[in-house]
Design a protein around this ligand. Structure first.
Ligand code: GAF
Length: 374
């Protein structure tokens, strides 16, 4: 990477940061409702190499081979492309009142793009770490996650919650992160997959998704409307779910959205208990139930994703669900050790029979969160 950085910027690297993508084990579309999530970090990461320069910010990407430069007065929210994830972080740091040194940045990432594995948060969190270090700023993981989310919301223009950035900065190796998006506190709980004879398959349906589209924003707005009707700031503050759902019974859409969020929060809490006991037999049905809720109530799955989940289950997975924002992307399947390849191949056979693009799959273990690597 040092060579690539010199090639693009004619400078030696000064700091190098890596930040991972994530799998969300359970707790989908709960984050912007002040709810619970439980991701773990992937080993696939974005890496950002940085060095100071005389003025402005110059960003280069290994993937596209492009280079872009902006001066301080040119940082404008709403400008698109991969570079927005990097410029957005400069903008968010400055907006929060930090002095950000002019810098040259080079990006490399092996997090699959558009697959629901948080490739954008990985870029933001790696860039944040690198820029903060170069600028002599001491920012803890939660602060970095919130600044990265601000970049995504205000600069990139995607109305996402804190799940992806919190996962990237706060997860630790070998653990899953139980995170409360209301109190913004979290706990890393061991996830001894291999030690207990299990593995998690991530299967990319290769059906691309996008967050800057209307569906995600529509679900978010629907949840906010449901909370308003119930007289609570967010759905997390609902104290009597049964009564709340009865109160929304006249509006099928809001009723379904609220039911997904309320039951999903409950499933995360049950998954925490199962996780603490490393009780994978109990975890499987929770993953299945989460998927059914996303399919029937929240309606964010698509045919390829549903088929991948169904076929994984038929092929012997203990539980399976879509992970991430939805409308395509990846599923995860909890498998007995040694079975993930066979299950992935069964899904690939089904996709071939349906005439769909072939899926990709790999087995994952929880990796480390964002960190300085040089
Ligand atoms: C995307 C968003 F970026 C997250 O904030 C979260 O809402 C997720 O979809 C759904 O759980 O990854």
């Amino acid at each position: 990477m040092a060579e690539l950085h010199r090639h693009h910027h004619g400078r030696d690297p000064v700091v190098v940061w890596a930040a991972p993508g994530r799998v969300n084990l359970i707790g989908e579309h709960t984050d912007y409702n002040g709810g619970f999530v439980m991701p773990f970090a992937l080993r696939q990461s974005a890496v950002v190499v940085a060095s100071p320069q005389a003025s402005g910010w110059t960003v280069a990407s290994e993937l596209t081979g492009e280079r872009h430069h902006l001066g301080a007065d040119q940082l404008q929210p709403g400008t698109g492309g991969w570079q927005a994830y990097l410029f957005g972080v400069v903008w968010a740091l400055r907006e929060a009142g930090h002095d950000v040194v002019p810098a040259a940045l080079t990006l490399r990432s092996d997090v699959p793009v558009g697959a629901g594995l948080s490739s954008s948060a990985a870029i933001e969190c790696a860039a944040l770490g690198a820029l903060a270090d170069l600028s002599g700023l001491e920012l803890d993981g939660l602060t970095r996650a919130k600044l990265a989310q601000r970049a995504e919301n205000a600069y990139v223009g995607a109305p996402t919650g804190l799940l992806d950035q919190a996962a990237s900065t706060l997860c630790t190796e070998g653990h899953m992160l139980f995170f409360d998006c209301d109190s913004l506190t979290g706990e890393n709980i061991p996830l001894p997959l291999a030690q207990r004879g299990h593995e998690i398959l991530v299967l990319d349906t290769n059906t691309p998704h996008s967050h800057v589209d209307g569906e995600y924003a529509e679900r978010r707005a629907g949840c906010e409307e449901a909370a308003r009707r119930l007289g609570v700031p967010t759905l997390r503050q609902v104290t009597d779910p049964e009564q709340a759902l009865a109160d929304l019974a006249d509006d099928d859409r809001l009723h379904r959205y609220a039911r997904h969020v309320l039951t999903e929060n409950d499933r995360v809490l049950q998954a925490v208990t199962a996780g603490r006991d490393a009780d994978f037999a109990a975890l499987g049905p929770l993953l299945d139930a989460s998927h059914v809720s996303m399919r029937q109530d929240y309606r964010i799955t698509v045919a390829t994703v549903d088929a991948a989940v169904e076929t994984s289950r038929e092929a012997g997975a203990l539980g399976a669900r879509m992970t991430g924002g939805g409308f395509g992307g990846c599923i995860i399947a909890l498998c007995r050790a040694g079975e993930s390849d066979r299950i992935g191949a069964a899904v690939a056979d089904r996709f071939a029979r349906e005439g769909w693009t072939a899926p990709d799959w790999f087995s994952v273990t929880p990796g480390p969160g964002a960190r300085r690597v040089n």
